[in-house]
Each structure stands twice: as structure tokens, then as C-alpha cells.
Design a protein. Sequence first.
Lengths: 362, 325
Amino acid sequence: MPKQLIETFSVEWLQILDEDGNCDEELRPSLDNEQVKKLYEWMVLARTFDEKAFKLQREGRLGTYASILGQEAAQVGSAYALRPTDWMFPAFREPGASFVRGLPMRMIFQYWAGDERGSQIPEELNDYPITIPVATQIPIAVGAALAAKFKGDAIAVMAYMGDGATSKGDFHEGLNFAGVFAAPVVFVCQNNQWAISVPLKRQTASRTLAQKAFAYGFPGVQVDGNDVFAVYRATSEALMRARAGGGPSFIECLTYRLGDHTTADDASRYRSPEQVEQWKKKDPIDRLRKYLEKGGLWNKAYDQAVSSQAKEKVESAVHEEESFPPPDPLDMFRFTYQDLPADLREQMEGFVNANGRRDQRE
Amino acid sequence: MAKLTVVEAINLALRQEMEKDPRVLILGEDVGKNGGVFRVTQGLLDIFGEARVMDTPLSESAIAGVAIGMAIYGLRPIAEIQFEGFVYAAMEQLANHAGRIRTRSRGRYHCPLVVRLPYGGGIRAPEHHSDSNETYFVHTPGIKVVVPSSPYEAKGLLISAIRDPDPVIFMEPKKVYRSLREEVPEEEYIIPLGEARIVQEGTDVTLITWGAMLQPTLQAAALMEQNGTRAEIIDLRTLSPLDTETIIASVKKNHRAVVVQEAPATCGVGAEIVARINEKALVYLEAPVQRVTGFDTIMPLPKLEKYYLPDAGRVIEAANRAVNF
């Protein structure tokens, strides 16, 4: 028996909007002008939020924060394709997606300010809270997708991750599981090329992350993650396929983390300013602005309005967070189980008594 | 009334809960066609089909993670981890998500799942198949830990675990999977979580134990009885939350206590029990609380396991230390 070729794969790259705002109209997703403007506005809001969060941290008004600078299109474009009935599982660098979903901005500030109420997702949103342990949200998202399939709900689940997540066991276990059971889940990888100080080439010897999907038996595509049209198009198609019973997909959004890993990091220790400058030229917001301008949908007055509205929303969210009543320490105990066990109740009562005495001394 | 083994009693509980609640489903390695490596899920695939009895890939972390996702979505998954020695890969999911999600989402999400986990030694199993690692779970807030000691107990406790709104690690003592038979009612009954039971009343010393260790403890008590020492035996049933009240009441009455556990000594549940007795009943004690435990060693392979596992003789020695102090 001669050797035979029994399997091949090829990885597609999708870019619709280039760095100069030129658009491939054949590939452009069917969004009307208002929707395209909305994408722009969401991205501006995400960036305005990000700038404010960074400043607040430097002023000591926010804890450690993970910047999304440069990744707005990957987040907004993918989340914009979701329906309210779909479920969304973020990692920890997707506030841009959470805003599109409808998560109050106050809650993201609250989370990074160290208040659990920032993860108390409103009842009407099918979103999981931020997940910090890398890749652990992936199997959970697959479980939610399989539960939806089990119940006959024609929805899809979206799971975000970064490039570092693809090195973790839960990435393999989760994607493999999803493939085996044809789970209605879309994996969106924001490949920002850095996991703190470790570059992509130390995460994988693969040419792309997208190709990993083929080993799990489902489609993977690499898109220009700074091109909101490409991200939106790839995600919408994958979500529609998932909702219709077509199983999982993997979307690698090739982007770049323009900022530090978090406010506790200094990226100048491990990467060159030239590389950062090179990626600034691929800015996702700039290129959509150029596109809008070419189509007569952008002018300075509009831009000022978008920018001042974004600032207003962010300031109002900061105000809301900072004037929120402080959390009740007893919440530590109350939410451990549905019913407080006797021993935990005793610990809580001990805490209350000790604090009462402390208050009297003060 | 039928006399069942622990395996049969668990199988019965699973079947009845699945018949009653369409949200209940089983996932794990070999749980479907093979009926589980211990045959605990035997026959369930034929009754409930592949959607509710899922043979999964060999992925402990994903089994736990997928079960968490299902629970959050509104199902009642029962995940089987084949042996306790393989649960460590699932630990991140259990500690970082299952136990935390109610707290971190301030009640928006909760995680009603059961992880069935055969544990313990004494069945001449290969390496990594004989540990008693309950402490990891007991030490993890947000998770409940249940360890039945007999067929009747197993059925009633498992039904409670399945209906519980919080994640439950249900540790099944392999040693008594088939070695005990007991009358188990066909009709439904539940044993509430968090309530220990007095297996036998006594006045001279309190023996506190759980799971597979109940059998050597019972043997010890029977031998002690012949010498006129009447031991009270507490089967904890639930290790988290602990039924401190029952322990303390018995210790206050009998003034002497011994904890019997299969797990290593250090930071074992026995250590926690000794601490609680110190906090709540020190002045009632007439002897230091004794511990009978496995050693702080790696669980040996079958040729040495009999030297590791506590037996009736070690329980009697410890009880004598307490009684003759």
C-alpha cells in the first residue's frame, strides 16, 4: 500500500478593512450605516474607558487593571454579533465586549476596584463574570453550550481567551470536548501576541493559532483583529453555524497589546518601542474612522459628539462606582453556600461581635 | 426489602433521581456503555440514552468544567471522576469556579453539581487508585463533601447531594463498594447533608469516623464491648459542613474521644475535629483526643497497604489510651 495523503488543511486569513480604511465591499458584512457608526462609537467608548481606568489606577482610585488598548475591534466586533439570548464567557481583557453586551460600566470599575459586586451580573444578561485563571472559562463555556443543546435552546455561547490560553490544558480539554459533542460554542482568541512578557513564539511553534482548531475537528480562521468588519463577519458566521447545530468554531483575532500587561507591569522591559510603534499604525479605531470619512459618515462635529458622549458615560460610571455604598462585610459569609452552615454562622457572629467591640473602642 | 451493595444503592439513587428530574444527567469516563469501571452507572445508558449518560473524552478538568457550565445553565450534572487519584486535574475547576461562583457573582450564579469520586484503599488497586484526599475539598470553601459509609447511607445521601443547590463532592468508599449488603428501601428517602448519625450509643468513649473507616471502628467497638468498654460511634456522613453539634454533645457526655480516618494525619479532618473539641469542650475532656490515621506518607502499593490502613487493633489501642489516661 503506497503512502497516501489522508488529511490536509489550510488556514484562511480574513481582512476586509485595511489600515488606510479601504474596504473590500464584497466581503463587507451587511451592516447599515447606523450600525457601522455604532461599532465606531462602541470602540471609542472602550478606549475612553481604558484611558480612564489607567488614570484612576495611577491616582490610586482603582486596583490593578488590564488594559485593552489596541484590542477594541476584536472585542466590539465579536460581541456585536451576539444576540441577547446567547451566552458570553469573558477572560479578563474584554470590557469592550462586556459593554456591547450591556454590562453596566460601573461594574467593570467595581471589579477592578476590588468589589465582588462588579461580578454580580444583572439577571437579564447571560454573561459569566471575568475569569482570571487563564483558560479555565473554556470548559465551562463548553458545558453551558452543551446544556443549551441538551435543552434544545437555539443559542450559541462565546468564549474569549488570549494567546497565552492556548498553551493551557483547559484549552485542549475544552476545545476537544466541544468538537466531540459538536457544542454550539464560538471560541474567540484575542491573539495580542504577548502573555505578560512572553511572546507568541514561546506559546506555540504553530504558524497560526487558528490551525489548532483543525485538530479538534472544527473550523478555525485567522482574522485581522484590528479590523472590526473582519472580526464581526467571522464571528457572525460562526455564531449562526453554532445556533443552527453546526458545532464549534475558533476565531483567532490577530491584534496587539499596545499597553502593558496590567498597570503592575512595565512592557518596556521586554519589548521594543519600534514594535509598538509599528502596531500603532494598525490602530482599529483610526482605520474605521478613515472608512467612515471616505463614506461621508464622519466629520469633526460627529467625532466630538462621540468623544464627549463617551467621556460623559465614563465619568458618570466612575461617579456611580465611587459613590456606591461600601460592600457589606457579611457578604463574605452569606454567599458561600445557599444556606449558611452552623459553623460558618458562628464565624460570622464572631466577626460581628469583634467588629462591634472594635467600633466601640474607636 | 432488597439487600443492596453500595454500588447498587448508588445506581438506584441515580436512576430514581434521573426519572424524577429531567435536568439530572451523568457525565464521565466509561460511565455509558461500560456502566462505569465499578459498574455504578450500569444500565443507565439503556434507560436514559446518550444525552443523559455521556461517555466523555479522558479529560478530568473538562469533565468538571463542563459540569460547572451545565449547572450554571440550569442542569443538574453528576460528574464521575474515575478514581480519586485523577481528580487533581479537576481541582482548578472545582476550587476556582465551582466553589467560588456563588460568592464571586454575589448569588447571580450557583453551581448545583455532584462530583462522584471513588476513594480509598484496601482493594489492592494500582498506584494512584487508593488515596483518601478529602481534606483538599473540605479545605475549599463553597464546596460540600459527603462520604457515605454503607448502602442505606449512600442512597439517602446521594439524593440529597443531587438536590443540593451547591457543589457536592460525593466520595464513595471503594473498600465497601461490594463488601457490605444492607436493606435499602426502593422508595425515596433522603438523609440531610450536614447531619452526623450516632451509629451506636455508648458511655465510655466517643469514636468519630466516616466512610470506609466505619467498619474497623465497629469491629473495634464490638471487641471493646467484650472487655466492658462501651463506645459511642459517630458516622459524620458529611465532612463539609461538619456537624460540630453532634460531636460536641457526645464528647461532653463521654469525656473521651478518638477520631478514626484513613487519610494522612496532618491537616486531616481529624485535626479539625480535635481543634473544635478543644474550642468547645476542653473542660469536659478527661484525656487528650486521640487520632487514628493513615501516615503522613505516600499511600503504599497493595503489598504494604495493610500496614498503612487503620484497623480495629489501632482503634482499640487509641481508645485504650483515651480511657486509661
